[in-house]
Design a protein around this ligand. Structure first.
Ligand code: MN
Length: 131
């Protein structure tokens, strides 16, 4: 089980993502207003952050840059979810700090596999902490 912060402004999408993660045994913290995302991340101590890119107020790119700039959060893996994947988008998303991204509408299987993969890759880091 992992703690997963999910930032997504679309109510149907965030319900889908959280239902899917909960069904896989994870604990989720949903955030629909990106302005609340950093405070939620600091309080929740997520093992993984999933963020939409197209967000009002603070974009997913800006949010990833803020997470990467914060000592307590900078090593948390990030999976981006985006409705657009034009040429250059993947590079921009990875440069902002995402280890992986999936396109919307999501493939449920690819979404779940990517989550599992990121959690497995970061488990070596988690073992050195006290939880
Ligand atoms: Mn959005």
């Amino acid at each position: 089980m992992a703690k997963i912060l999910v930032v997504e402004d679309n109510a149907l999408n965030i319900k889908l993502f959280c239902d899917l993660l909960t069904a896989h045994g994870h604990e989720t913290e949903p955030v629909t207003d990106s302005r609340d995302a950093m405070d939620a991340a600091r309080a929740f101590h997520p093992d993984l952050v999933i963020t939409d890119i197209q967000l009002p107020y603070i974009t997913g790119i800006e949010l990833m840059e803020m997470i990467r700039a914060e000592d307590g959060l900078k090593d948390v893996p990030i999976m981006a979810v985006t409705a657009y994947s034009a040429a250059g988008d993947e590079e921009r998303i990875r440069a902002a700090g995402a280890q992986a991204y999936v396109s919307k509408p999501i493939s449920v299987m690819r979404f779940a596999e990517t989550v599992d993969q990121l959690l497995a890759e970061s488990s070596g880091v988690k073992e050195t902490s006290q939880d």
